[in-house]
Ligand binder design. Structure first.
Ligand code: NAG
Ligand code: NAG
Ligand code: NAG
Length: 462
């Protein structure tokens, strides 16, 4: 193949130099990935490795950076963060949702709807203890909280810009999902503070998918979602909204003292909803091998699905291969295996109750565009809570509706619904999408992402 394109060594060198200039990042960059095992040939560069986030070099965060497929120099930089707290932006975000590849069998296949068609994508495993990120002082895994996470993420980016100086001034967006409803606004707020001293972050907007923004509104919308989708009975719905609601249960749970009433309500809820329904998408089939992963019962002959519901298992297998880790410049420090969500991180769950919708309000007031979007099949952080929170915020800030609640289109089908306030605060649903919207509705999510980057309302017609 390559001999067809390059007839002589001199020509190869010329092509190399051309690429060097057009990409901006040197091909001999120490973080550059030469080739991932089983990876199809691609026209863009990707990079990964560690960036230290403290002076003593105890703490290092791992990133995977994928340049845009075409014309990376003119495309924005997007930082992507998954939630948890404690889940991996590389395993979940890059390899299951919107990255360029999906693990399949022994190798990787291309994701046609990868977000690097529109942007340079930076996936960060954060905080320490998540994925390949580590601290050599394991005591620092205890009591990690929102404040520490935001500060470490800020320091990460500052230091990352030293390694990738050509991205310093690039339009920057931060996008995240789930508990990143805490990480993203908090990091954005720190950036604006930092910019007052030194204008480093060219922040152009944030987007939050099925985000945790306000404890009570987000967690208590679950009951109605279960009930309206037929997952629980009328009687159980009544108990789940009067006897013990979900926010009370969660609070009791992380305080280590679940009351007998909450325990009995939750056990009824779990029995009726069944573990064979994916709470992150009540319409999607579950990956049987994941459900039974403890007992190792496999069902290899599942009905073929267009969405590979077992992608998480494939990712775990792939990222635990030694050849893959070595190609990624990754190492396991203090853990035996790479896991999608951390087993060593001890996050302070009291921070769940910090309302970040107020931080979103501050960002909007500072002129930063915000998009809150919801995969509408998710029962974990349902669209109803997010929609109410955005609407209330707009009201508080006295912002008028600039795009009335309406459908938006992807090709000739309805991709979801949207509403925009004051041309700066947007809400959108993604129809038929899970908690991880780009995983289950990749094409619709890409339309949403493109509109967000361009600062345009979602397509009104087809
Ligand atoms: C960043 O942009 C500003 C204004 O557009 C310019 O003055 C500055 O030189 C740029 N810095 C870098 C490192 O390119
Ligand atoms: C949930 O329960 C708590 C504690 O019982 C209560 O204070 C709160 O108002 C309830 N929230 C909703 C939305 O029902
Ligand atoms: C919002 O709409 C009202 C009524 O049309 C108008 O009086 C007000 O000026 C608008 N506010 C803004 C911020 O545009």
């Amino acid at each position: 193949m390559s001999s067809l394109l390059c007839c002589s060594t001199a020509m190869c060198v010329a092509i190399f130099l051309l690429q060097l200039r057009s990409f901006g990042v040197s091909l001999s960059h120490p973080y550059r990935i030469i080739h991932l095992p089983g990876q199809p040939n691609v026209e863009f560069n990707h990079f990964s490795g560690y960036v230290n986030v403290d002076d003593k070099n105890n703490k290092a965060l791992f990133f995977y950076f994928v340049e845009a497929q075409q014309d990376s120099v003119s495309k924005p930089l997007v930082l992507w963060l998954n939630g948890g707290p404690g889940c991996s932006s590389i395993g979940v975000g890059a390899f299951s949702e919107n990255g360029p590849f999906r693990p399949k069998g022994e190798g990787l296949v291309r994701n046609q709807f990868s977000w690097n068609t529109e942007a340079n994508m930076l996936y960060l495993e954060s905080p320490i203890g998540v994925g390949f990120s580590y601290s050599t002082d394991t005591s620092s895994y205890g009591g990690v909280n929102d404040k520490i996470t935001a500060r470490d993420n800020l320091i990460f980016l500052q230091n990352w810009f030293v390694q990738f100086p050509q991205y310093r001034n690039r339009s920057l967006f931060i996008v995240g999902e789930s508990y990143a409803g805490h990480y993203v606004p908090q990091l954005a707020e720190l950036m604006l503070q930092f910019n007052k001293k030194e204008k480093l972050f060219n922040l152009k907007g944030i987007a939050l998918g099925n985000p945790v923004l306000e404890f009570s509104a987000d967690f208590n919308s679950r009951a109605e979602f279960f009930w309206s989708h037929g997952l629980i009975s009328d009687l159980t719905y009544k108990m789940f909204t009067s006897v013990c609601n979900y926010s009370r249960y969660v609070r009791e749970y992380y305080n280590g003292a679940v009351s007998p009433v909450c325990s009995s309500v939750m056990s009824q809820v779990s029995t009726e909803t069944s573990r064979f329904v994916d709470k992150y998408d009540v319409t999607l089939d579950v990956c049987i091998s994941s459900v039974f992963s403890q007992t190792k019962i496999l069902n290899p002959k599942q009905v073929t699905e267009t969405i590979d519901v077992c992608v998480e298992d494939e990712t775990v297998n792939y990222l635990n291969r030694k050849d893959v880790q070595s190609a990624l410049h990754a190492r396991l420090v203090g853990v035996q295996r790479w896991t999608p969500c951390s087993n060593v991180l001890d996050y302070d769950l009291h921070d769940l109750e910090i309302p970040t919708i107020t931080v979103v309000g501050k960002l909007v007031k500072a002129g930063i565009p915000v998009l809150v979007y919801s995969g509408d099949q998710d029962s974990v952080i349902p669209l109803t809570g997010s929609r109410t929170l955005v609407h209330q915020l707009a009201k508080e800030l006295r912002m008028n509706t600039t795009v009335p609640y309406r459908v938006w289109f992807q090709k000739q089908q309805v991709g979801g619904w949207t509403q925009v306030y004051g041309n700066i605060l947007s809400f959108a649903t993604v129809r038929g999408a899970s908690h991880e919207a780009p995983f289950s509705q990749p094409e619709r999510s890409l339309v949403l992402f493109k509109s967000f980057l361009e600062g345009r309302p979602l397509p009104e017609e087809f």
